[in-house]
Design a protein around this ligand. Structure first.
Ligand code: F6P
Length: 343
């Protein structure tokens, strides 16, 4: 078999570990691999590179993806892009394609499988941890560790200046990153998309903490957190090829309100793409490797239209359709536990 691999959507630490594992698994059975560059764009335009086993060893420690990525949606301009994609699939002589991505990339893989019969296997990835069926995605652990380390640094300057610091995290419409990192840094308040922002309560908690003797404050806010009266805070009105707005700015809005209502000097740090960069944590390397090996198994068994997922501690097989059915928002049990500290 000739097996194609592509990575689509926002990159995340651990993608290279998946690539290495898939290549190893299918090469063991005598098959060959080819890398499709820059997500679906590469398949539309025929951008590829060879993927030999000996090239993949050291990549486990590298962040990003050696294949490049993009947010290209071939179904957006399907009249021209889908025929080009199908033609390239054929001319490359692909017998299977492993698509490593989030709900958008896997959604495209699912449609290509259902509507065009292409032999697809999916591997879920995202720092946001917002994919159904899989309990945790690789990239998430690295991201929350980056936020934790950043806030540990931010804390010292915040305390020196007796300020409040509002830290805006990524995560899109799910509060996983904000909630987990907020717990890890003992934030004074955590704001997530699943619970409307109650600024009066944030202010109350910060004031109470001051009265109790804590002379600084840390607030972690997810980029998708919403003020009940204003909705989402976005960077611009444009949407990407999958219809997503660019979130951002809620941290500054929260900081301004906190400063106005408390009189405490308040700053905002937007951690942004820092959360997606650099080497994956050991946990993410292991999870990504296990998912890649399981995806390789599905390929050699020719079980297409499937994807791999983490269920508890086990790697399971599910369908692409189930994996992209809905967004997995934050399990509110975690938020309840977190909010014990800011009742
Ligand atoms: O989905 C991953 C993610 O990092 C989100 O948390 C964030 O909203 C978005 O991607 C940013 O996308 P881009 O890299 O296109 O700015």
């Amino acid at each position: 078999m000739k097996v194609g691999l592509l990575t689509g959507g926002g990159d995340c630490p651990g993608l290279n570990a998946v690539i290495r594992a898939v290549v190893q698994r299918v090469t063991n059975d005598g098959h060959t691999c080819v890398g499709i560059l820059e997500g679906w764009r590469g398949l539309i335009r025929g951008f590829t590179r060879d993927l030999e086993l000996n090239e993949t060893d050291g990549i486990i420690a590298k962040g990003g993806t050696i294949l490049g990525s993009s947010r290209t949606n071939p179904f957006k301009n399907q009249a021209s892009d889908i025929p080009a994609l199908l033609e390239n699939f054929k001319s490359l002589g692909l017998d299977a394609l492993v698509a490593i991505g989030g709900d958008d990339t896997l959604g495209v893989a699912n449609r290509l499988f259902i509507e065009h019969g292409l032999p697809m296997v999916g591997v879920p990835k995202t720092i946001d941890n917002d994919l159904m069926v899989t309990d945790f995605t690789f990239g998430f652990d690295t991201a929350i560790n980056i936020v934790t380390e950043a806030v540990d640094r931010i804390r010292t300057t915040t305390e020196s200046h007796r300020r409040v610091m509002v830290i805006e995290t990524m995560g899109r419409h799910a509060g996983w990153i904000a909630c987990f990192s907020g717990i890890a840094v003992a934030a004074d308040y955590i704001l997530v998309p699943e619970i409307p922002i109650n600024i009066n309560h944030v202010v109350q908690v910060l004031q109470r903490r001051r009265a109790e003797g804590k002379n600084y404050g840390i607030v972690v806010v997810s980029e998708g957190a919403e003020f009940p009266e204003r909705g989402l805070t976005t960077l611009d009105a444009e949407t990407d090829a999958f219809g997503h707005v660019r979130l951002g700015g809620v941290g500054n809005a929260v900081a301004k309100l906190v400063e106005d209502q408390t009189g405490y000097e308040t700053r905002c740090v937007v951690l942004g793409h820092l959360q997606r960069g650099g080497p994956p944590s050991a946990y993410d390397r292991v999870l990504a490797t296990r998912l890649g090996l399981a995806a390789g198994n599905l390929v050699v068994q020719q079980r297409f239209g499937t994807m791999v997922a983490l269920s508890g501690t086990r790697i399971i097989e599910t369908t692409l359709g189930k994996g992209v059915a809905a967004t997995k928002t934050l399990d509110l049990t975690y938020y309840e536990e977190a909010s014990t500290f800011f009742k």
